[in-house]
Design a protein around this ligand. Structure first.
Ligand code: ZN
Length: 308
């Protein structure tokens, strides 16, 4: 029950085949960057799929190959602007465990990552799926444009702590609060006006103090129901990740996946199967604002007069 490897520890013991996949996908990303940004990356990904994932070629081929990027929002907010989810606290230490609605929520942890986040964002765009990204503060300050790209696509932003400290929940309440505030400030520096309505404890190592700190800052403690362990070493094959998600997901599932923290080529490849299969069975949606009193900037007090 872990939320993923810590950043920077990835890469050791990667099977040769997956390393090759990573290199190929990474090359595609670089090509996209060189020749025109995300649109080109999307086109390359679409073009690369036949022969690699034969079973999905028809479904993939039926969708638009390279949509124009969405215009940036004047004032980005997280969530699709719907009412908050009903309260639910039966996950570990009182965290949220499912959406509580028929909707399925895909969540991506440990980014933003310069290699994998653009690929995951492009795939979600191609399938017109909104998801939730649980961001590590130290990565946010390194790659703020990736956070803007995520927000501009209409995905929900989630705080995943400053440095993926697995013991964060066992630290002093004031230290937990400081870590969460620092991470929210980094997200809001990248995306002015961003509302961070969710916190996910690294590794899912929830404590009541971690849940309480999130609540105090206006964030819902976000656990998960489905974990295909795409973070574990040795890395799983894409087909294995996809099969685990496919078999475990039901109405209301919160699905844990990773776009950072290591080699996520397997997750990226698995999404080519996961997205069409889940779309055939469920409505996939980003998480809306949390149930706790919304504080627009995810802080425990206004930063300026008039702020909610
Ligand atoms: Zn994590």
């Amino acid at each position: 029950m872990s939320g993923g490897a810590r950043p920077g520890k990835a890469g050791r013991g990667v099977p040769a085949a997956l390393a090759l996949v990573a290199a190929v996908l990474g090359a595609g990303f670089l090509l996209g960057r060189v020749s025109g940004g995300l649109g080109a990356t999307r086109a390359w990904l679409t073009g690369a799929s036949p022969g690699v994932h034969g079973e999905n070629v028809a479904e993939v081929g039926g969708r638009p190959a390279a949509l124009a990027p969405l215009p940036p929002r004047a004032e980005p907010v997280t969530g699709p602007g719907r009412p908050p989810l009903a309260p639910q606290r039966f996950g570990p230490a009182g965290s949220r465990y499912t959406t509580g609605t028929p909707e399925v929520a895909l969540t991506f942890d440990d980014g933003p990552d310069p290699t994998w986040t653009p690929i995951v964002v492009a795939l979600l765009h191609e399938y017109r799926v909104k998801a939730t990204f649980c961001l590590i503060g130290a990565n946010v300050v390194k790659y703020p444009q990736l956070v803007r790209d995520i927000a501009a696509e209409g995905h929900t932003l989630c705080n995943h702590s400053w440095s993926h400290d697995l013991k964060l929940g066992r630290r002093e309440p004031r230290d937990i609060l400081a870590d969460l505030r620092r991470t929210n400030r980094a997200i809001q520096a990248a995306v002015p006006g961003a509302r961070v309505s969710y916190f996910r404890q690294p590794g899912g190592e929830w404590t009541e103090a971690a849940v309480a700190a999130a609540r105090r800052l206006g964030m819902t403690a976000l656990h998960w129901q489905v974990d295909p362990k795409d973070w574990g070493l040795p890395l799983k094959r894409p087909a294995e990740i996809a099969a685990l998600v496919d078999s475990a997901t039901r109405d209301g599932s919160i699905v844990l996946l990773h776009d950072g923290g290591g080699d996520r080529g397997g997750t990226a490849m698995a999404l080519r199967t996961i997205l069409p299969r889940l779309l055939a069975r469920f409505h996939l949606a980003a998480l809306p604002p949390g149930v706790d009193p919304p504080r627009r900037y995810g802080l425990d007090r206004p930063e300026h007069p008039g702020q909610r």
